[in-house]
Structures are given as structure tokens and as C-alpha cells.
Ligand binder design. Sequence first.
Ligand code: NAD
Length: 311
Amino acid sequence: MSKVIDCVAIGEEMMKEIIQETEALKAKGITPGIATLLVGDDFGSKMYRGQVEKFCEEAGFNYINENPAADVGEEEVIKIVEKLNNDPTVSGILPLRPFPEQISDSAVINSIDVKKDIDCFHPFNMGKLALGEVTFPPATPAACIEILERYAREEGIDPKDFFEGAEIVVVGHSNIVGKPAAYLSINRNATVTVSHVFTSIKGNLAKHTIGADILIVAAGKADLIGPDLVKEGAVVIDVGINRVKVLDEKGEPVLNEKGKPKTKTVGDVSFDAVKDKTKAITPVPGGVGSVTNRMLMKNALKACKMNHGLL
Ligand code: NAD
């Protein structure tokens, strides 16, 4: 029997833990805080920013929204980061990308204080991740690990045993999801394979994914993973978020009241076709994304404690 992992419930449970910790810090006169840095008005980044603000409010964090115009110069953006680095009310800084083309990602990221780099973008923190000396586990892959650890505990398995020697296949090798998911898994002594678009181009994706005890998929391609690519009894974590057209039985787009095609959010895994083959699977929507922001807040709490000499 396949279990659909209730990531929304995990996110809510984590939020309770975060609120408790925040209250304990506030009792000491310390308030954690997050600053987001959005340059311009990219739609996806604006949505994400709004979520971070909402969660900060809910947890009782300070929140700062830095939002210079899209035509701002790089020097100006770096000055904003330096101001946030020196602001004691800011525990963590979250740059929201993509930046406009006149601004170099690495110039901005390299200017963030490594002790406030709560999504592990800075090369120093990525290096520590690779060495297994993680300060801030990057939010999205850390959410995958958190979900797997909580799932293991629910099944009565020690998370350490769950990971050790497990065949984990990661689909996707981006710097923000795929690669750090692989490092976090290696750090737990799993046997890790990283596959990506060139694995698919060579026709080798199924060869790898079919051997996975745990399959972590972060490609951004709807229906990339069908049942033929999944081992019977695998645990599948679907990170992908894709907007696709809703189709009727004939495969024609269903139109909304304005005559435009209706759309819906799906992951990278063909959920209905794959579900029964798996031991457990995360849905989309209501999956990894429900935990990602909370991981970011946990990192901000850690940064806050570190910056106040409590860790
Ligand atoms: P990205 O575009 O930077 O990287 C995509 C990766 O997928 C690349 O490594 C690429 O090689 C691989 N890939 C692309 N096509 C492939 C194919 N046909 N076969 C195998 N591999 C393929 O994307 P990203 O930032 O890593 O995000 C990946 C997905 O995860 C996106 O859908 C994104 O929206 C989603 N995401 C979700 C969350 C969350 O919290 N749920 C957070 C971040 C990203």
C-alpha cells in the first residue's frame, strides 16, 4: 500500500516548533529576522517573497523587504546587502533570483555575510556542505531530507539506518536543489547517483532511476517520471513544480470562463500512474514546497542563535 506523505502536516508541525523556539528567544529579548532581496518584479520571486513575509509574520519574526527597481546597478544592490549584513535585526538574508542581467549573481551572493546566508548560496557554505560540516542546509533539498527522516521515524525506522547504504537517485543537478540534495544524502552515507538532462539525452535515465530505493526528482519537467522508471516499493520525493494545461478525455485543453486554457500545478512524477508502485510518495501541490519555507526559517533561527553567541 502506498502512502501519500502529508507534507502540509509536516510543515505545520515544524511551524509549531519554530514558534516555540521563537518565543523562547523573545523571552531573552532576541527576535529572529529575515530580509528578502528582490530586484525588480519577477513574478515567481514575488510569490515566494510574499510567502516568506507571511510565514515571518506567523512565527513572530522581524521581516524586511528590500525591493530595488529592475534597473538598479550592481553596486547599489551590494550596498543593500552590506547594510543588511550590519543590521542586528536581520538574522538571515535571502536573495531572490533571477536578478536582472546587469547584476551578477555571484557578486551579490559573495557579498552576503556567511553567517546570514540562510539558503546556503555562498561558496563558503556550499564548501562546508560538501565537506559534511553543514551550517545552513539549503532549504529545498533539506526539506526533502526532513520529509524522509520524519517518514522513516513514522515507519519505526531510525533515520540513520534509513539512509545508510540506501540507493538514492537524484534527478537534476542544479546548484540549489540537485547537487545539494546529493551532498546531504552522501553526508548520511547513502549510495548516491546524480542524473540530469544529459543522462536523459543519452537514454540512460531509466537505467539509474529504476534502481532507486529513494528517488528525489527536481527537473522541472511534468511527467518525466512514469511507472517504468520507478522501482516497486521505492520512496519518491517530487520536488518539481510545473504549470500544465488541463486536458479533457480526448486530450483537448479545457477552457476557462475567459476562453483561455485552464491550468494546474503538477510535479515531475506522473503521480496517479506511479503512486501504487511506490511505498511512499509526496504529492504536488502540497508536497516539498510546504516544508521548504519552514526549513528556511529553521536556518534563520540557527543564524539568530549563532549571531547572539547562543550556539
Ligand atoms: P533548474 O532548471 O536549475 O535545474 C533543472 C535540472 O533538471 C537540471 O539539472 C537538468 O539537468 C535537469 N533536467 C532537466 N530536464 C531533464 C530531463 N529531461 N531528464 C533529466 N534531468 C533533467 O531547476 P531547479 O531550480 O533545480 O528546480 C527544479 C524543479 O524544482 C523546478 O520545477 C522548480 O520549480 C522546483 N522547485 C521546487 C521547490 C520546492 O520547494 N518545492 C524549490 C525549488 C525548486
